[in-house]
Design a protein around this ligand. Structure first.
Ligand SMILES: Nc1ncnc2c1ncn2[C@@H]1O[C@H](COP(=O)(O)OP(=O)(O)O)[C@@H](O)[C@H]1O
Ligand SMILES: [Mg+2]
Length: 150
C-alpha cells in the first residue's frame, strides 16, 4: 500500500505519470474508487496521455466503455460502471479484461463480481477543494511492488 496527499490537479497528474511509467507495455487492471468529483476521470486522462493516447479522454459515464489506442498500439479501456449498479447478468467483460490491454474502471464495486481478482486499486478521497488523498494497493506481491514509492 502507498498513500499520497496531493494539493492540485498537476500533482494528481504527476502521480498518474509515475504509475504510467511502471505499467507501460504491461496488461493491467486498475480500479478507481472514490466519490463523484474525487478525480477518477482526471487521473485516467493524465494516465492515458502518459501512455501515448492521442485522443482526449472524456468521462465514459453514458457509454460505459471507451477504448483508446496507446503509443504501442495496444488498447487502454476506460470503463465507468456507475450506471451498472444492480446489474447481475454477465455483461461479457471477460474479453476486455483478457485482452492484452490496460483497463481502468471507475465505480468498480458496481461490477465487483465480474472483475478479475488481480488488480491495482486506487482509492481517492476528497480532503478539500483541491486536496486529494490517494491510496494505492496491489492485490498481489508483483502489483504491490508496482505501487510502492510512486
Ligand atoms: N488535486 C486534484 N486532483 C484531481 N482533481 C482535482 C484536484 N483538485 C481539484 N480537482 C477537480 O476535481 C474534479 C474531479 O473531477 P473528475 O475527475 O471528473 O472526478 P470523478 O471522475 O472522480 O467523478 C475536477 O473538476 C478537477 O479539476
Ligand atoms: Mg468520472
Amino acid at each position: 500500500m502507498s498513500e499520497y496527499i496531493v494539493h492540485s490537479v498537476q500533482e494528481s497528474d504527476a502521480l498518474a505519470l509515475s504509475l504510467a511509467k511502471r505499467i507501460r507495455g504491461k496488461a493491467m487492471l486498475i480500479l478507481l474508487e472514490g466519490d463523484l468529483g474525487a478525480g477518477k476521470t482526471t487521473f485516467v486522462k493524465a494516465l492515458g496521455k502518459a501512455l501515448g493516447v492521442k485522443k482526449v479522454i472524456n468521462s465514459p459515464t453514458f457509454t460505459i466503455l471507451k477504448s483508446y489506442q496507446m503509443e504501442d498500439g495496444r488498447l487502454l479501456h476506460h470503463m465507468d460502471a456507475y450506471r451498472l449498479e444492480g446489474i447481475t447478468q454477465d455483461l461479457g467483460f471477460e474479453e476486455i479484461f483478457d485482452d492484452d490491454a490496460i483497463c481502468v474502471v471507475e465505480w468498480p464495486h458496481f461490477i465487483r463480481d465480474q472483475l478479475p481478482v488481480d488488480a491495482i486499486s486506487v482509492q481517492l478521497e476528497i480532503m478539500d477543494e483541491t486536496t486529494r488523498r490517494f491510496i494505492f494497493r496491489g492485490s498481489n506481491e508483483t502489483l504491490e511492488a508496482v505501487v510502492e514509492g510512486l
